[in-house]
Design a protein around this ligand. Structure first.
Ligand code: FES
Length: 105
């Protein structure tokens, strides 16, 4: 079972913020959308681009790849638009006090 690792503070995020972290060797993006934290793999499944550099849609809770524009669901990691067709991995997030913890196996 994956262990939860503290990556950031809640107070460092504002709505729609996306930040990159490396946890257990995995590059992840942590995103705040509609008051909920999400963690997804930060590397686009289509080619090499870092998703945290893309735009967050806070109505849909998606993040847009900055390279070719695929929009990924923050909840499921599935692309909603082409050209990406493969989901990015998602990770469990816990908020404990002011700490954001992510489980990456
Ligand atoms: S690299 Fe992300 S859509 Fe192409």
């Amino acid at each position: 079972m994956a262990e939860f690792v503290t990556v950031a503070r809640v107070s460092d995020f504002e709505e729609g913020a996306a930040k990159a972290f490396t946890v257990n060797g995995e590059m992840i993006a942590v995103v705040l959308c509609e008051g909920q934290f999400y963690a997804i793999n930060n590397i686009c499944s289509h080619a090499y681009a870092e998703l945290h550099e893309g735009e967050v849609d806070t109505d849909e809770c998606t993040i847009e790849c900055p390279l070719h524009g695929s929009q990924f669901s923050l909840e499921t990691g599935r692309p909603r638009t082409l050209p990406a067709i493969t989901p990015v991995e998602t990770y469990a997030v816990h908020v404990v006090g002011d700490e954001i913890q992510v489980a990456v196996s």
